[in-house]
Design a protein around this ligand. Structure first.
Ligand code: NAP
Length: 214
């Protein structure tokens, strides 16, 4: 697939690199300096290049949206027309100091994004995992007992695209339901981040979902 990365920081840089290594065509976009995007593309190997958000969005089969909540409007306006595009968003609706969610309970960042880009097809994924784990999970790419990763969205075809990307980086996709379920997965992402970065002595963190009943 052709994948545009909107926001090439910790999440976008790592996931874009792994998407390229998994064989996708990747365009890294949206960083303060173009040199950083070029370096990411060079280091990713495979079919990766640097571009503008508009170039990343053009003809993309999927876009990974990985910017701070405060940059959302800016990156969407730079990307231009997103009609019909699958946007896989890992962005959490965090406040300026990254201390809490600015949206919760009655809505979610993913639902607000869907309102901002009403013609795009939004899936919420990858935000329940701290970026530090992606490389290790990708390199292990276990056959059995893969770590699970939840995703949610309102449309089957775009969710299938997201599930494929989740598989490509070594996780087992777990369909959490419609986009409004992001009201639960986004706080989970914050919890995972707090455990990973703020826990006493930096605890090792693992979690797994099991399905019970029929
Ligand atoms: N990091 C995690 O473990 C994690 C986990 C779950 C969810 N998330 C969510 O994922 C999203 C991305 O997080 P992140 O940690 O990847 O953030 P990040 O490392 O700060 O990446 C943000 C990207 O946006 C770019 N950017 C910011 N302001 C810009 C501007 N004015 N002009 C052009 N580019 C600009 C940055 O450029 P530079 O590279 O030049 O700074 C960077 O490439 C956030 O919503 C976060 O809450 C993160």
């Amino acid at each position: 697939m052709r994948i545009g990365i909107l926001g090439s920081g910790l999440m976008g840089g790592k996931l874009g690199t792994l998407f390229a290594r998994a064989g996708h065509d990747v365009v890294f976009s949206y960083a303060h300096r173009r040199e950083k995007l070029k370096r990411l593309a060079q280091d990713a190997g495979g079919h990766a290049r640097a571009g503008t958000p508009r170039e990343a969005a053009q003809d993309a089969d999927a876009l990974l949206l990985a910017v701070h909540w405060s940059r959302m409007d800016d990156v969407l306006s730079e990307a231009g027309d997103l009609s019909g595009r699958v946007i896989v968003s890992c962005s959490l609706p965090m406040d300026a100091g990254n201390t809490g969610l600015v949206i919760g309970q009655t809505s979610s960042g993913a639902e607000e994004l869907a309102k901002k880009a009403p013609k795009a097809r939004v899936v919420c994924a990858f935000n329940t995992v701290p970026s530090e784990v992606f490389l290790g999970v990708y390199e292990a790419r276990r056959k059995a007992n893969r770590p699970s990763l939840v995703y949610c969205g309102d449309e089957a075809a775009s969710k299938e695209v997201a599930a494929g990307l989740i598989r490509d980086v070594g996780f087992e996709p777990v369909d959490a339901g419609p986009l409004r379920i992001a009201r639960y997965t986004e706080p989970l992402g914050l919890l995972m981040g707090q455990l990973a970065y703020e826990g006493e002595g930096g605890p090792e963190l693992a979690y797994r979902f099991e399905r019970f009943g029929a």
